[in-house]
Design a protein around this ligand. Structure first.
Ligand SMILES: NC(=O)c1ccc[n+]([C@@H]2O[C@H](COP(=O)([O-])OP(=O)(O)OC[C@H]3O[C@@H](n4cnc5c(N)ncnc54)[C@H](OP(=O)(O)O)[C@@H]3O)[C@@H](O)[C@H]2O)c1
Length: 370
């Protein structure tokens, strides 16, 4: 249904096309022999990782796979965590691991049995390498999109809507799908609902855009008044500086005429969760997503506090291929353009990580791949 809807609203690709053996053979033969990929390399003192650019033999797509000539990749907070070794295999040395889950590009070749894509198609890969529909079977993030080539199974690749560039499409797989899931799947956004976004990073800015397009009233917090002004321009109903107002739930409640918010995209974790709960309307919902605050991710569920609000808390994990397809239909209907803060060239990719660790970032950061 999602794919049909994509076609219906004019998104470029023809699905269900039969790929001939000739097409597979000629596409494979035309491939470059090598490609370049950024990998993690443990620093000499063992404390963290840096990035090294490696030249490797070009991969060939196997049965059911597409080979993508990556044109753009985008950073998420997990990629910054990876440089610290967090979420990358514990004490194990992750030197040689490819990096970045999010990327978009052109199909360079298809393996045997691929029916939905052909060379030349514009595609974006999903975050999870296995989760196509239904329930996820665990955390299986893609890695390796900060590279000139990448391989993906055809059911974890989607056509890019015509109105989006490669750079814009590359921002979507993790942050936008997570925001979509938290707004429309873990909860069910209704017009005029108050929805709370914490900070102005990738997930929150997509949350703001999607909530506003769905008729919701998005409230955004930030450490910066300048960023809050940008959030207003993007359609925020209300804004609160969480540094000026450490107990920012009072400001949030005032904005909602004391009703409280019906949903929170909780990206802050330990330090922000009590404030998020205090911002809730009776019967509200919290999508537990991240751990940006100094306290990091939430380790225990404060169920007693939630009971006071008769509220629900749902663990949100990005989303499936089907969720991504639904998101693309909604974005195309509302012509939503991702907010790209800054674009870096492939050769300068490490600078993108440095920028993301600084105070300026707003929305998404992209690396353009030649
Ligand atoms: N569960 C999942 O499936 C899932 C998916 C995606 C991301 N995540 C997690 O969700 C979090 C957000 O990811 P992201 O990629 O959107 O991050 P991001 O783009 O790196 O967000 C950075 C922004 O976070 C804001 N921030 C930092 N500390 C904050 C605090 N104490 N309170 C409120 N805002 C704060 C800052 O906004 P200001 O500069 O405006 O203050 C900063 O610009 C991360 O922890 C990530 O690992 C989880």
């Amino acid at each position: 249904m999602n794919i049909k809807a994509l076609i219906k609203i004019g998104i470029s690709q023809v699905i269900g096309l039969t790929i001939s053996a000739v097409m597979i053979a000629s596409a494979s033969a035309a491939d470059e022999a090598t490609y370049r990929q950024y990998q993690l390399e443990r620093k000499a003192d063992g404390s963290s990782y840096g990035l090294v650019l490696k030249t490797l033999p070009a991969p060939q797509p196997q049965a059911g796979e597409v080979l993508i000539k990556v044109k753009a990749a985008s950073l998420n907070r997990r990629d910054i965590y990876a440089l610290s070794g967090i979420g990358m295999g514990g004490a194990r040395d992750m030197t040689g691991s490819p990096i970045l889950s999010d990327g978009a590009g052109e199909v360079a070749a298809v393996g045997p049995g691929v029916t939905r894509f052909k060379p030349g198609d514009r595609v974006v890969a999903t975050f999870d390498v296995k989760w196509v529909d239904g329930e996820s079977s665990g955390y299986q993030p893609r890695n390796g999109m900060l590279a000139e080539l990448a391989v993906a199974t055809e059911d974890t690749v989607l056509p890019i809507p015509e109105y989006l560039s490669y750079e814009e499409a590359a921002t979507l797989p993790c942050a936008a799908v997570t925001a979509w899931n938290a707004l429309f799947k873990a909860a069910a956004l209704k017009p005029d609902d108050y929805v709370l976004m914490l900070g102005t990073g990738g997930v929150s800015i997509f949350g703001l855009q999607l909530a506003a397009a769905g008729g919701g009233r998005a409230i955004v917090t930030s450490s910066s008044d300048a960023k809050l002004a940008r959030a207003k321009d993007l359609g925020a109903f209300g804004t609160v500086n969480y540094r000026t107002y450490p107990d920012w739930e009072n400001e949030v409640l005032a904005i909602t005429d004391r009703k409280g918010v019906t949903n929170v995209l909780e990206v802050g974790g330990q330090d922000t969760l009590p404030h998020s709960i205090a911002s809730l309307a009776d019967g509200g919902h919290i999508g537990l997503i991240g751990g940006l605050s100094e306290g990091g991710f939430v380790r225990e569920t404060p169920e007693d506090l939630l009971k006071e609000h008769n509220a629900r808390l749902t663990n949100v994990y990005v989303g499936s291929s089907k969720d991504f397809a639904n998101l693309l239909v909604f974005m195309a209907q509302h012509q939503i353009k991702p907010v790209i803060d800054k674009t870096f060239e492939f050769a300068d990719a490490p600078a993108a990580f440095t920028y993301m660790e600084g105070p300026e970032m707003f929305g998404k950061i992209v690396v353009r791949i030649p």
